[in-house]
Design a protein. Structure first.
Length: 234
């Protein structure tokens, strides 16, 4: 299973002073040294952490870049210019603290399909960040996207996560059966990671907040290594 490390919060810290520290490129290299298989950054409409220049810098530095973004014309133009390895389309609301829910592909199918087509016909694979529901997987499949990322947020905040885990397993299995590549992420921590890492239909986990938090105490390279150790060897 692959580990994608989201380094947005290194940029969050940098933006507190709007100076150069901590250096985002160095963070990406440290994460790769700790065993990250790819780097994820989310260019938000409000530019609260990642800036446009970061996308270009990180693109040059890392072999596998996942760019998270809203399916807006502005973001699609940026992706077409910077050519990340893949794009993960997410819903975005300015007032949210983090990506709170998955894309409603069912209700926005025509618009999302057009975005998927525009990106994939230009050589950028597209992942759709969706809640682990069979109907959303079916809609994601109809858009032609190659990947889905299952939102594990509800699982991560549940005090009795058996039901949420079963939903993730069922959605992963169905998506794989439909021929989609299945990723998952949001809210995963050292303490809740193992049951999700045991789902063999999942190819990659994307983790940000808990890795960056852990890195304050042990450094980014070691924090990534600690998470990577919990994933099945590829
Ligand atoms: N996947 C997606 C699509 C996200 O938007 C985020 C949060 O930026 C993550 C994964 C990582 O979530 P967390 O920071 O809680 O690990």
């Amino acid at each position: 299973m692959l580990l994608g490390v989201n380094i947005d919060h290194v940029a969050t810290l940098r933006q507190q002073r709007r100076e150069d520290d901590p250096d985002l490129g160095s963070a990406a290299i440290e994460a790769l040294s700790g065993g990250a298989d790819g780097i994820t950054i989310h260019l938000r409409e409000d530019r609260r952490h990642i800036q446009d220049i970061d996308v270009e810098t990180i693109r040059e530095l890392v072999p596998r870049l996942n760019l998270e973004m809203a399916a807006s014309d502005e973001m699609i133009e940026i992706a077409l210019r910077c050519k990340p390895n893949y794009v993960c389309l997410v819903p975005e609301r300015r007032e949210e603290l983090t990506t709170e829910g998955g894309l409603d592909v069912i209700r926005n199918e025509a618009r999302i399909s057009a975005s998927v087509d525009r990106l994939q016909s230009n050589g950028i694979d597209v992942s759709l960040f969706i809640d682990p529901q069979i109907a959303q997987v079916q809609a994601a499949h109809r858009t032609g996207a190659i990947l889905v990322e299952l939102h594990t947020g509800a699982y991560s905040v549940s005090s009795t996560p058996r039901l949420e885990l079963a939903e993730i397993k069922a959605a992963a299995s169905y998506a794989k059966m439909m021929g989609l590549i299945v990723n998952a992420g949001h809210g995963l921590k050292l303490g809740n990671l193992a049951p999700v890492a045991a789902i063999s239909d999942i190819s990659e986990l994307n983790i940000g907040h808990s890795i960056i938090s852990r890195s304050i105490f042990v450094g980014l390279r070691q924090a990534v290594a600690e998470f990577k150790r919990l994933l099945p060897a590829t």
